[in-house]
Design a protein around this ligand. Sequence first.
Ligand SMILES: Cc1ncc(COP(=O)(O)O)c(C=O)c1O
Length: 349
Amino acid sequence: MPVQFSAPLMDAKHFPPSLIKAQPAFTLTGSSLWRYPLPVNHVSTFSRARYALAAAALHLKHSAQQNTVLLPAYHCPALVEPFIYAGYNIVFYPQLADLSTDIATFSHLLTPQVTHVVVVRYFGFSQNADELIQVAFAANKAVIEDNAHSLAHFWQTCAAQPPAISASVSSIAKTLGTADGGVLYLPGYKADTQVAAGFTTELKALRSGNRPITGSADADLRYFRAGMQIADCLRASRWLMLRSNYAAISRQRRENYHYLAQQLERSSAGQVLYPTLTEHDVPYVLPFLLHDIYGFTRLRQQQIQVLRWEELATTATGIASHYQQHLVQLPVHQALSKQQLQHIVKALG
Ligand SMILES: Cc1ncc(COP(=O)(O)O)c(C=O)c1O
């Protein structure tokens, strides 16, 4: 059955421009002229993680049979559309309240028709992703690890090269504040068709903070442009990717998360989904479960760029459909000031 997404619940045009952004702005502060030692073997670059996902989907596709991918029911369209583009049949698997997945339910869905599985480490936390990966691998499925929210974990996968993981992706822009950038770890894949951006595009992106998108949207796809599939990431994004101080960025994100989680412990507006961090977590955002759906509007009116996954495949039910309205993503990125963090706390007071 073809996948159809629900309409967005809100339009950013109805809110004042955000002063506290979801992602950091581009800056060279904290980067160095020297390259950070990264395990870049088997790594290819794209303009965004969605195109890295599409490249993995195309490369790992079986030519002689129908390809069916198991995707999480709680998602954003950018995670689903690459598989529509690559011609996969799509089946969704449900999430529990903490965004882990019940192993028995998951195993039951690993039917012989399923050829591929995508496992997401939501918001920089691992839930029970490692267990899901092992179960899917044991069932002989090609596993694609979605580390869009965790560049730190992506590099760990590249270094460890776990046999259970066929491919892994991440989004450079979500962690480093670059104007674009997606990375793909896929042994055996050669990105020899990638096209570098022209200097005008580089300059425009540096000025606006976002890579200009060319070409029109494809029929039935909202956030995926087939024309961008062969676009390489910008030189500025690669430069920052190779020279950022990941340890310092991770430390600052964890510190900001601790502060917000502590301050919001007794918030009347809702609850912090993960009150504590394990030593492995590098948060992308702080997921906060609102009691009242109007909390989202209040935050946006306070000029805080909270995100929410509003557009789900219409088959969404249970946790996915509840979180569509109630789960908001609060910024914790490394460039936030204490004052900005206090403003977020006050807005949820
Ligand atoms: C879980 C997940 N996977 C993939 C993507 C795609 O990332 P990008 O925006 O870099 O294409 C996103 C973001 O939209 C995401 O949240």
